[in-house]
Design a protein around this ligand. Sequence first.
Ligand code: NAI
Length: 221
Amino acid sequence: MQQKKEISKAVISRLPRYYRYLGELMEEGVERISSKELSLLMNVTASQIRQDLNNFGGFGQQGYGYNVKFLYREIAKILGIDRQHNLIIIGAGNLGQAIANYTNFEKRGFLLKGMFDVNPRLVGLEIRGVKIMPVDELEDFLRHNEVQIAALTLPKSKAPAVADRLVSCGIKAIWNFAHIDLQVPDDVVVENVHLSESLMRLSYRATNLQERMQKEKTADR
Ligand code: NAI
């Protein structure tokens, strides 16, 4: 039997992009694609694609390219999105509601099952059929409902205590938007999403680009 290899974080971080492109190819009715064609489409080298996909036993056949549907399904399995994940959101303010209103997550198998907040003015409101509940009811809700992922979209000062409560209830995956590093046991995974960090990286690249172009201009004179 083939031994399951440890896949590097860098490869894992590239898989959702492969998945997205393969999904689009499938919609266009493309059945097979070579690493070269995929590389042109995705603007990465063909050797990078071959190396990445070889991690999973290589789904490509020399001369035939990759079977798009098969590869799409295999990547879904690796990412664990071949099954349904039930999701709750803690903090039903601007960001929490924006996430709840984004229908595309459902298409990927992430189903919103509940939203929680402390604000009595929000409690009882419905976002796309999901009621906002008082956060006091969190434990009771988790006792009676299967939930795999909890999104934290509440103030950072409140995030650690809520994360502890979630962990006590058996939640193993936290999608953390609060700007704080959470301390969790080893059997719990946290994915931090920080738009401001992404914006700072963009600012760095834009600033460097400007400086480089300025230098080139001066050198040309
Ligand atoms: P918001 O103020 O609109 O919403 C926060 C909600 O959390 C409020 O409805 C509030 O009543 C609720 N809340 C407070 N304490 C709570 C508790 N103990 N349990 C349950 N709910 C509680 O704020 P917004 O704009 O939605 O931002 C939410 C969080 O996400 C903030 O921490 C903010 O810094 C962060 N954020 C992160 C981004 C990112 O890229 N990671 C982007 C935007 C915001």
